[in-house]
Structure formats: structure tokens, C-alpha cells
Design a protein around this ligand. Structure first.
Ligand code: ADP
Ligand code: MG
Length: 259
């Protein structure tokens, strides 16, 4: 028995393209424990997004086992996997995936409509406001995406991903559309959420700079794990240091939490 939040055993994924079988994942075994901050890197076409779709219960492996928080998910029905997705997983995408003409507050509250959260409208709103405050957007509740910068839009997406208090956040190229300053800001945000709240985070990236800001790097080549390397420097980063790296508006003290 391990305490792994994520446990992959010999995951394979083959796509059938007419006569051709394309083996994209060729036997991935991996454990990720609670509280880890992991980057998943690899050349274009190495299977990062395919693996992420399986981790996010958006897709099923052709064979192999995927245990998430003690539940083997690969054999579950679509409905059960959708339920797990809503309760246990937050997603952040390269393109933010926000709705146009919808306020920041409404975007963040939206996933609550798909879970039996039991929250009243008032409680739901309170939770969403607290999260927007956490990501430094307390002053932007009524703004629509068009009125916000890319970094601010991604922070809305992060708040939305956390509304159901999932144990794990998956981010696929979350800084792919952002400049270097904003990339730093979003990385500091992930580090602070990981250090302060213990949220497990897996970031898919092609950017070595992003990977160097995680505590562990898993590198894929041709659908197999090529290397799995701890990042000692990042692993030593304490919650206080992570908070210091984050802009003032994102530090826990700005949300009234005691350090
Ligand atoms: P990465 O994210 O590392 O760039 P992907 O996981 O997106 O790689 O893709 C890996 C390979 O799998 C690519 O050759 C891609 O064309 C193929 N692939 C991905 N998804 C599908 C699909 N739904 N159907 C067929 N081929 C796919
Ligand atoms: Mg990809």
C-alpha cells in the first residue's frame, strides 16, 4: 500500500487510424503522492496531452490501471468518471477556456452547478469570491475576459478549477499563451497553492523554464517515461518562500489567512 494520489500501472493508449494502429502511450507506470508539484515534459508528439487526458478522466487507456485517490478509474462508466472529474480534478488549459461575456465571479461559480455541493447561492458566491481573492482578483469580480489581461484570465481559470476543492490540479501548457513576466506570476501562483494548501499539481509543458519551477520532472519520449527526476532546489522551497515569490495580492496574508 502506498499513499499515492495517482497511481498508473502499465498505461497504454493506441489510436486506430483506419488500417493503422498508432501506439501513443506504450506502458507508463507512475506514482504521484499528495502534495507533489510535477512537470510533465517531452517533445511534441511524445504523448503528454494523451496522458493528461487519461489522468483527467477525459479519456480511457487502451489497457493498464489508473488509480486516483484509491479508485481504479479505467473500468468506470462515463457517468462515474464525469463525477470523479467534477469532485477530484481541476483543469487549467493553455487557452484559458473562459466564456465570453461572463463575469469572473460567474465563471468561477459555474462548476458548482454540476456537483451536488449542497451550497446555497450565497455560500457558493462567498466561496467564489474567496478564491478570486486568493488569486489576486478581488477587485475584478464583475469583469469579463475581454476586459482582463491574459494572466488575469488564467487566474480566473485557476480559481474556477479550485471551486470544488479538488485534491489535484492538471494544467496543460498553462503558460503557453503568456509572456515571461506573466509566466512567472502564474508559476508563483501554482507554487503558493501547492505549498500553502497542499494541492497536488501536474503541469504539462514544453518549456524547461516552467519545468525548473516544479519539484519533480517526468520526461516522456515516444510514449514512455524517459526520466523521472526530483528537483532538490524546488523541493526545499517552503510555504513562506513560495508566498514571497507570489505578488502581494496573491499571498495568504492578503486573504486574511494567518501565516
Ligand atoms: P504531445 O501533447 O506530447 O504533443 P499528444 O499526446 O498530443 O502529444 O499526441 C501524441 C501522438 O498521438 C501524436 O502523434 C498525435 O497525432 C496522436 N494523437 C493524439 N490524439 C489522437 C487522436 N485522438 N486520434 C489519433 N491520434 C492522436
Ligand atoms: Mg500536447
Amino acid at each position: 500500500m502506498t499513499d499515492a494520489l495517482i497511481k498508473l500501472r502499465d498505461i497504454r493508449r493506441t489510436f486506430h487510424l483506419g488500417e493503422i494502429d498508432l501506439q501513443v502511450l506504450r506502458g507508463i507506470s507512475l506514482d504521484i503522492n499528495r502534495g507533489e508539484l510535477v512537470s510533465l515534459t517531452g517533445p511534441s508528439g511524445s504523448g503528454k496531452s494523451t496522458l493528461m487526458n487519461i489522468l483527467g478522466c477525459l479519456d480511457r487507456p487502451t489497457s493498464g490501471e489508473y488509480w486516483l485517490d484509491g479508485v481504479e478509474t479505467s473500468g468506470l462508466s462515463n457517468d462515474r468518471r464525469a463525477m470523479i472529474r467534477n469532485q477530484k480534478i481541476g483543469f487549467v488549459f493553455q487557452s484559458f477556456n473562459l466564456l465570453p461575456r461572463t463575469s469572473a465571479l460567474e465563471q468561477v461559480m459555474m462548476p458548482l452547478a454540476y456537483t451536488a455541493s449542497g451550497l446555497s447561492e450565497r455560500e457558493a458566491k462567498k466561496r467564489a469570491v474567496a478564491l478570486l481573492d486568493r488569486v489576486g482578483l478581488a477587485q475584478r469580480l464583475d469583469h469579463t475576459p475581454a476586459q482582463l489581461s491574459g494572466g488575469q484570465q488564467q487566474r480566473i481559470a485557476i480559481a474556477r478549477a479550485l471551486i470544488n476543492h479538488p485534491p489535484v490540479l492538471f494544467a496543460d501548457e498553462p503558460t503557453g499563451n503568456l509572456d515571461s513576466k506573466t509566466t512567472n506570476e502564474i508559476l508563483a501562483m501554482f507554487q503558493a497553492l501547492n505549498a500553502d494548501e497542499g494541492i497536488t499539481i501536474v503541469i504539462v509543458t514544453h518549456d524547461p523554464f516552467v519545468a525548473s519551477h516544479t519539484k519533480r520532472n517526468v520526461h516522456l519520449i515516444d510514449g514512455l517515461i524517459d526520466s523521472d527526476t526530483p528537483n532538490e532546489r524546488m523541493a526545499r522551497l517552503t510555504a513562506g518562500e513560495a508566498a514571497q515569490r507570489a505578488p502581494a495580492s496573491m499571498s495568504p496574508s492578503a486573504t486574511g489567512a494567518t501565516p
